[in-house]
Design a protein around this ligand. Structure first.
Ligand code: ADP
Ligand code: GLC
Length: 482
């Protein structure tokens, strides 16, 4: 089938989080299964910087309110003949230092930028006369695509394909002032409680939820959790209304990028049965973070956006008691300034135990996966989470909270049966986290059991091929009912 994949970031071109990992890998996995895939991205500054030459394939005219704006279509080299990568060029919108704004702020015109992007994608379909069976949009940035397909574009013959809207994170809804509505080209009849209105503002994510033929989240657990007020961010009722068309498909892992046997970022490769390299990776990681060598202590790592979602209101108090914990910690991340400052302070106060590097650093993320013994993900909520699955392959045992994709991918280790791939706790409390960490530290002192636990995880297979097959089945189902 012909699949259009519209998304606001994709590795290796532009990335702020897991969405990019998904959009970098899933289109390729679908292309490899024989589908024709058109991936659409905005042409950001960082993408332009990577290209030697930018050649516009075509120009596109994009209606934005009363105006018509010009956009360029620039093709990028793709790794598979079935995958075509189009970027939409409009320098005043996308030639900026950040994708969405500096870490703790949004560009004030994000609503306009992504409205433009959504319309430009659809106008490109028209301009290039593409034949599309499935329009697959992701998160609030592209949520207007399913809306347009059922409104402004509904009578145009090229836009009769089905639509799938994937929710990667309900915490980001793209809520805009209602003044954006006229710019979208949609009529005020869309500004109702049943459609895009949300507390007198325009909720783009809600538009995707209301209008797409089908919806999915990036794990099964999260598809159930978001129907409850605790995880629904005010959209639980709307989601409940769509529950018959709401599915869950766990993300996969791109093992071409995340495999300690071949990872180009690490010098000492390892794999099940040949683990000597991991010890050296651990030693080097400690050196990079300037921690005093304590080879007998487990090294606990975390790579994360520094936002409340990820469990920092448990982690920070846990670290206050670090002198009672037999372990060393390394953190890599950027995000909310309060969390950055708190981590910095803790690292200064406990230099032998806690180290923190503020920043976004893909190489260091790989070195942490390779060198740490335990990977920490006590998220408050987690639609899927990728690092716990990366960690498994690197023999770095995940310690997670039982939510969303963390719950779906991690099974608590049972020393009696030898089954399980990590440590898992339920209650979002410091006590529950502390107890599970204690369990982990005790098991760490039992080399045979630890070895078993690590090997279990390293042998797990979360390849994209499984998830791609599920997306394919869902696309087929959407087309059949369209
Ligand atoms: P989310 O998308 O909510 O941030 P995921 O677990 O799905 O969480 O994906 C996060 C991705 O971003 C992973 O590939 C992780 O390695 C990467 N990442 C997050 N923060 C950093 C950072 N500071 N430096 C490098 N990579 C990071
Ligand atoms: C979101 C979620 C994360 C998920 C990622 C990719 O950023 O926070 O849990 O893994 O999207 O789907």
């Amino acid at each position: 089938m012909n699949i259009l994949f519209a998304v606001s970031e994709a590795a290796p071109f532009a990335k702020t989080g897991g969405l990019a990992d998904v959009a970098g890998a899933l289109p390729l996995a679908l292309a490899a299964r024989g589908h024709q895939v058109y991936l659409f991205l905005p042409l950001y500054r960082e993408i332009m910087a990577r290209q030697k030459k930018l050649t516009e394939t075509a120009a596109v005219t994009v209606p934005l309110g009363p105006e018509e704006l010009a956009g360029g279509i620039v093709k990028l080299a793709s790794e598979h003949p079935n995958l075509t990568i189009f970027t939409i060029r409009r320098d005043d919108f996308f030639d900026r230092p950040f994708l969405y704004g500096p870490t703790d702020k949004e560009y004030p015109d994000n609503g306009i930028r992504f409205t433009f992007f959504c319309r430009a994608v659809l106008e490109t379909v028209a301009t290039l006369a593409l034949k599309i069976d499935i329009f697959h949009a992701h998160d609030w940035q592209t949520a207007l695509i399913p809306v347009y397909l059922k409104t402004l574009y509904q009578d145009r013959p090229q836009f009769q394909g089905g639509s799938l809207f994937t929710i990667h994170n309900l915490g980001y809804q793209g809520i805009q002032d209602k003044e954006l509505l006229p710019l979208t080209g949609l009529g005020w009849q869309e500004f109702t409680f049943e459609r895009l209105e949300f507390f007198d503002r325009l909720n783009l994510l809600k538009g995707g939820i209301v209008y797409a033929d089908a919806l999915n989240t990036v794990s099964q657990a999260y598809s159930r959790e978001i129907l409850q007020a605790e995880f629904g961010f005010g959209l639980e009722t709307v989601l409940q209304q769509r529950r018959d068309n709401l599915f869950g498909i766990l993300n996969g892992v791109d093992y071409r990028e995340w495999d300690p046997a071949t990872d180009p970022f690490i010098d000492n490769h390892f794999r099940p049965g040949h683990m000597a390299g991991k010890k050296i990776c651990k030693k080097k990681l400690g050196e990079i973070f300037q921690l005093p060598p304590e080879p007998q202590l487990p090294l606990i790592g975390m790579v994360s956006r520094l936002v409340t979602q990820k469990g920092f209101d448990l982690i920070l108090p846990l670290l206050e008691q670090v002198s009672e914990i037999e372990a060393q910690f390394v953190f890599l991340g950027t995000g909310e300034p309060e969390i950055e400052e708190a981590l910095q302070k803790l690292a200064l106060a406990h230099p032998a135990r806690i180290a923190f590097k503020r920043g976004y650093d893909n190489r260091l993320a790989h070195l942490i996966e390779a060198g740490a013994d335990i990977f920490l993900m006590p998220s408050h909520y987690e639609p899927c989470g990728l690092n716990q699955m990366y960690s498994l392959r690197y023999g770095t045992v995940p310690l997670v909270r039982a939510v969303g994709g963390l719950d779906d991918s991690i099974t608590a280790f049972n020393p009696e049966t030898g089954h399980g791939n990590g440590f898992k706790f339920n209650d979002y409390t410091l006590a529950a986290l502390t107890l599970t960490l204690k369990e982990a530290l005790q098991l760490y002192r039992k080399p045979r059991l630890w070895h078993r636990l690590r090997q279990n995880g390293m042998r797990d297979d979360f390849s994209w091929i499984h998830s791609a097959a599920q997306y394919e089945a869902l696309y087929t189902q959407i087309m059949a009912s369209a």
